[in-house]
Design a protein around this ligand. Structure first.
Ligand SMILES: [Zn+2]
Length: 346
């Protein structure tokens, strides 16, 4: 009987060392070591043995069992190494590639963060997010927006004219506002229309803490039949609450913009003092954050829209100003400066 055990041991070990596949190895294990396996079968025979001999064979059986188990462990390791080797053959590792996490990742600029937040809000209200050229024709930037060449409003928006450059619509300028996209949007999409255009704008400014030659705006417009001042106030109220909390109120005061009639200067209650008056709002309790108004009939006409049938409102937020208010930034020049000591704070 001892020989039978030894024979079994030799057979299993020989078989196990030849197998390089883990599934086949498992089948072999069940065949020999399973509850109904060959070893169990052999051990049943021990019941017929008498005292001393049974003890002796029992010891042999245990020895065989542990030797076989050890052989399986070895074989399994070998099979695993084999699989890893095969993977290595098909999946090349580029050891020169930088390790994950070894390179500091950048993050979005504060202006981009605020812009994307507003884009999400406006798309949730059914607005298209449009884009327009930064290098714009004099026509789209001024003339089509009811600012003819001789209009004094041009003085408020002195910009950079590109010398010698003439597009199909006359002289070329760096756009002074994202409103230049309004005519393009009406011509491209027709009515009804709900669109916002965020982007960079430029003015010929002597820079200081409050003035910068490059800044960001978000312009928007709604054109449809029966659009009234009340719709405008409703939308702007939603934006104000989104930006500064549910308690925020808005205040509209008359202001002249050539491309709207009537035009308003839009203010929100100061989020810092809740309208009590503080340093941020210069004791007024109000913060000026947007301009808006009902789109001038001339502007609608330029966009190919009949002002006798359609009406609309337009608004513009100074994105740069929103960012400065949100983070308490006291010098506008930081935002275009590219100084990492500043940018890393956001
Ligand atoms: Zn205040």
């Amino acid at each position: 009987m001892k020989d039978q055990f030894e024979q079994l041991k030799d057979d299993v070990i020989a078989a196990a060392t030849k197998i390089a596949d883990r599934d086949a190895l498992e089948r072999l294990r069940v065949e020999f070591l399973g509850r109904k396996g060959k070893l169990a079968e052999l051990m049943k025979g021990m019941a017929t043995l008498a005292g001393e001999e049974r003890k002796l064979i029992g010891a042999v059986a245990n020895e065989v069992k542990s030797a076989v188990e050890a052989a399986f462990v070895e074989a399994e390791k070998k099979a695993e190494r084999g699989e890893r080797y095969e993977r290595g053959e098909t999946e090349r590792v580029d050891v020169t590639e930088p390790a994950i996490g070894s390179r500091p990742r950048g993050h979005l600029h504060p202006v981009t963060q605020v812009r994307e937040d507003l884009e999400d809000l406006f798309t949730s209200m059914g607005f298209i997010v449009a884009d327009g050229p930064e290098l714009e024709s004099d026509y789209f930037n001024f003339t089509a927006l009811n600012i003819p060449p001789t209009h004094p409003a041009r003085d408020m928006q002195d910009t950079f004219y590109v010398e010698g450059a003439h597009g199909s619509n006359g002289e070329v300028v760096m756009r002074t506002h994202t409103s230049s996209q309004q005519i393009r949007a009406m011509r491209a999409y027709g009515t009804p229309l709900r669109t916002v255009t965020p982007g960079r704008c430029f003015r010929n400014e002597a820079t200081d803490v409050r003035h910068e030659h490059t800044f960001h705006q978000l312009d928007g417009m709604v054109v449809d039949k029966g659009i009234s001042f009340a719709h405008m106030k409703g939308v702007l109220g939603i934006v104000a609450k989104h930006l500064y909390g549910p308690e925020t109120k808005i205040r509209l005061r008359p202001k002249f913009y050539p491309f709207v009639e009537p035009g308003v200067n839009g203010e929100v209650t100061c989020y810092l003092c809740k309208g009590e008056g503080c340093r941020l709002c210069k004791k007024s309790g109000w913060l000026e954050v947007f301009g808006a108004g009902m789109i001038h009939p001339n502007v609608l006409r330029e966009g190919g829209v009949d002002p006798g049938v359609y009406s609309g409102f337009a608004f513009g937020f100074g994105l740069t100003r929103l960012v400065m208010l949100k983070y308490g930034i006291d010098d506008i020049r930081h935002l275009e400066g590219g100084d990492l000591r500043f940018l890393n704070q956001f």
